[in-house]
Design a protein around this ligand. Structure first.
Ligand SMILES: *[C@@H]1O[C@H](CO)[C@@H](O)[C@H](O)[C@H]1NC(C)=O
Ligand SMILES: *[C@@H]1O[C@H](CO)[C@@H](O)[C@H](O)[C@H]1NC(C)=O
Ligand SMILES: *[C@@H]1O[C@H](CO)[C@@H](O)[C@H](O)[C@H]1NC(C)=O
Ligand SMILES: *[C@@H]1O[C@H](CO)[C@@H](O)[C@H](O)[C@H]1NC(C)=O
Ligand SMILES: *[C@@H]1O[C@H](CO)[C@@H](O)[C@H](O)[C@H]1NC(C)=O
Ligand SMILES: *[C@@H]1O[C@H](CO)[C@@H](O)[C@H](O)[C@H]1NC(C)=O
Ligand SMILES: *[C@@H]1O[C@H](CO)[C@@H](O)[C@H](O)[C@H]1NC(C)=O
Ligand SMILES: *[C@@H]1O[C@H](CO)[C@@H](O)[C@H](O)[C@H]1NC(C)=O
Length: 595
């Protein structure tokens, strides 16, 4: 029923210690009431964008598992409790901590790695925005909360825990964080059960994280005399710890055969995030290791995999299942910031070639030639098959890539077209849409009131998720919900997980997008212009995976009957035509096809 599912087991843990963050938030930040979202900022840096940044990090605090005060700055979410304190006990390990993946209580490593990669990669080039918003200590605390758990989940070179909690058990539960059902089994990959995708994506996240924590790192990806900056969180101890995990995971992924996905090794229990392949992840991890180590051997691997896996010219969205668009942009960044890496591998840094690759991807989106992806009438970039269960996700990932790439564009026209397109997607999120909805919870009176989150809802009746309780118990500030349907309509219903669920990876672009806006000192987020009270849920029922179409019409059996009848009729017609035209057809077969 839920898009994402996770469950857990239990251990008696006395050894739980998280490294403390080096930075102490000053001033401390708590989300302001949603009503303040109608007030234009008069401050510089922009106070509303600072709130977007602050709230989108606060969301990660609300997703915490384990001892809430176990590490960095103290827990800020007073309605959460310590939970899942025995995770890892089935392996005599401490796997407590980390974050719940979505609106329920599974911990999932693959989308977590994507999330940490996206947050760190964004901060690497636009971290100065965190400094402006006085959110750098919260960035440090958020990243450490995630990476510290990923470190625990990687207890030896080849062992990586990819999930804690059972989807079957967790899917049958809707309630608070005090009665999370057990057992919560932990699922490892290892050399006898390889997970090339999981190892690689964790390696990529660790590698970019280690760069971000390297003191005074220089990563100049623009031709500007004032290139974007990383935030001031440098710590060489932490950077080298992250790097050692990255190297070990990459070596395991690169050298363990057979190379296959963790789903192929572990099966249905980890089906919530079954990735389609591992080749993109392995390539991204090699590339990330290349910049983190400044070692051309990794670059040689990345380039070799990019060519041998034929990753060029692919039209995919950027998400936990597809790293390819990020690979294009990262190659272009490296050609600018670290041209020596390619040269050290006997290759050309080829900025022009990487620009061509990235721009071929972006231009196909901007000019509409990519048919599977198109703009909805209201202006949201929608990709059939990828946007159907969380429509804002591909659009925000694209916006982040476009803003990130823009300084590297081969012409001013292209640069402006990417910025304009990215901005249009961000504006849509922030309320410039036919629903007048602001799709970040708690930012504006028109924000969703009913995100699909068991802990925030206060409900415990799985049969009446929408109505019990009538009002969501807690405001899940800063959470981006799944988003509207392809006709731009949005039902703010707690049980419509397609539209209202929240997740670590959904939110992963928001802090970077806010940091980018802060750095550019732009106008207020669009929502300050949105009149309060102008959102209302459409009439009738939605039509999505949570509420399959035609709920009040024909039964599934009747529809299947009609479909079978139609298919049979069409086949009959084709057979008849073939019979009449058999001479022509056999002539065509001889002449054309078998030549
Ligand atoms: C750097 O990080 C390490 C490891 O997390 C931590 O123990 C140390 O206190 C940090 N150093 C400073 C100066 O904060
Ligand atoms: C945390 O514990 C309190 C007190 O038992 C309970 O009322 C509250 O619902 C719990 N929070 C969640 C998110 O379940
Ligand atoms: C290796 O992974 C498999 C599959 O998750 C698991 O059953 C097994 O216990 C693991 N082996 C070790 C030594 O942890
Ligand atoms: C960043 O790199 C470009 C060339 O790649 C250079 O022109 C520019 O001056 C650099 N900026 C800084 C601050 O080093
Ligand atoms: C990765 O594996 C390939 C193929 O086995 C090998 O040629 C390459 O040297 C390995 N990369 C590293 C960095 O060890
Ligand atoms: C990377 O290595 C090259 C060649 O060994 C060196 O010239 C360059 O300064 C290094 N860059 C960084 C950022 O360490
Ligand atoms: C540079 O990239 C282009 C296209 O992206 C490619 O055709 C060309 O072979 C590359 N050149 C070198 C020297 O790698
Ligand atoms: C930054 O602001 C300038 C001036 O308003 C604008 O031209 C440019 O497109 C903006 N860049 C981004 C990344 O938004």
């Amino acid at each position: 029923m839920l898009l994402r599912v996770l469950a857990f087991s239990a251990i008696t843990s006395t050894t739980f210690t998280l490294t403390s963050a080096q930075l102490t938030p000053s001033p401390t930040y708590s989300p302001p009431p949603a009503a303040s979202g109608t007030q234009a900022s008069t401050a510089s840096p922009n106070a509303q964008w600072s709130n977007v940044l602050g709230n989108s990090l606060w969301f990660y605090d609300a997703q915490r598992s384990g001892h809430l005060d176990g590490g960095t700055y103290p827990n800020r979410v007073d309605w959460r409790n310590d939970s899942a304190l025995e995770d890892g006990s089935d392996f005599n390990l401490d796997l407590t901590g980390g974050w719940y993946d979505a609106g329920d209580y599974i911990k999932a490593t693959f989308p977590l790695s994507f999330t940490l990669f996206a947050l760190s990669w964004g901060a690497l080039t636009h971290g100065g925005g965190y400094d402006l918003a006085q959110q750098t200590a919260y960035l440090d605390g958020t990243l450490r909360w995630g990476y510290d758990w990923l470190i625990k989940a990687h207890p030896s070179d080849d062992t990586l825990f990819v999930q804690v909690g059972s989807s079957d058990i967790d899917n049958a539960y809707w309630g608070g964080d005090e009665d999370i059902p057990t057992p919560r089994p932990a699922y490892p990959v290892n050399s006898s059960h390889p997970g090339t995708d999981a190892w690689s994506s964790a390696a990529a996240a660790f590698a970019i994280g280690s760069m971000l924590y390297t003191p005074s790192i220089s990563y100049n990806t623009t031709s500007s005399s004032s290139p974007p900056t990383s935030p001031s969180i440098g710590n060489s101890t932490y950077a080298s710890s992250l790097l050692s995990h990255a190297k070990a995971l990459y070596a395991t992924a690169n050298n363990t055969s057979p190379q296959q996905t963790y789903y192929e090794s572990l099966g249905e229990s980890v089906a919530a995030y079954a990735s389609s392949n591992w080749q993109d992840d392995l390539t991204l991890s090699a590339l990330s290791l290349a910049i983190a180590t400044n070692d051309s051997a990794y670059y040689a691997d990345a380039y070799n995999y990019y060519t041998s896996y034929a990753l060029s010219g692919m039209r995919q969205v950027w998400n936990w299942d597809s790293a390819i668009p990020a690979i294009y942009v990262l190659f272009a960044e490296i050609a600018t910031a670290r041209p020596g890496l390619a040269e050290g591998a006997g290759l050309s840094s080829n900025l022009t070639g990487w620009q061509k690759e990235a721009e071929n991807y972006f231009d196909g989106i901007v000019d509409g030639s990519w048919k599977r992806g198109y703009l909805t009438r209201g202006g949201l970039w929608y990709v059939d098959g990828d946007s159907d269960e969380a429509s804002l996700n591909p659009a925000m990932a694209l916006a982040m890539l476009m803003f990130k790439y823009a300084p590297l564009a081969s012409s001013d026209d292209k640069r402006e077209s990417y910025i304009k397109f990215g901005q249009s997607q961000l504006d849509y999120l922030m309320g410039k849409n036919p629903m007048n909805a602001v799709y970040l919870v708690g930012s504006h009176p028109n924000s969703p009131q009913n995100p699909h989150s068991a802990p925030a809802s206060g409900g415990n009746d799985i049969l009446h998720i929408r109505t019990s309780p009538p009002t969501e118990a807690h405001v899940l500030y800063g959470a981006m919900v799944g988003g509207p349907l392809s006709d731009d309509r949005f039902w703010d219903w707690r049980d419509d997980w397609v539209q209202s669920e929240v997740a670590l990876d959904y939110n992963a672009m928001i802090p970077t997008l806010a940091a980018m806006q802060l750095l550019n000192n732009t106008a207020d987020p669009y929502y300050v212009n949105v009149q309060a009270g102008t959102y209302s849920a459409p009439s009738g029922d939605p039509c999505d995976a949570a509420f399959p179409c035609g709920g009040g019409g024909l039964s599934a059996g009747a529809k299947a009957g009609i479909a079978i009848g139609v298919i049979f009729g069409v086949l009959l017609l084709v057979a008849a035509v073939c019979f009449w035209k058999r001479r022509t057809l056999s002539a065509w077969w001889r002449k054309g096809y078998r030549r």
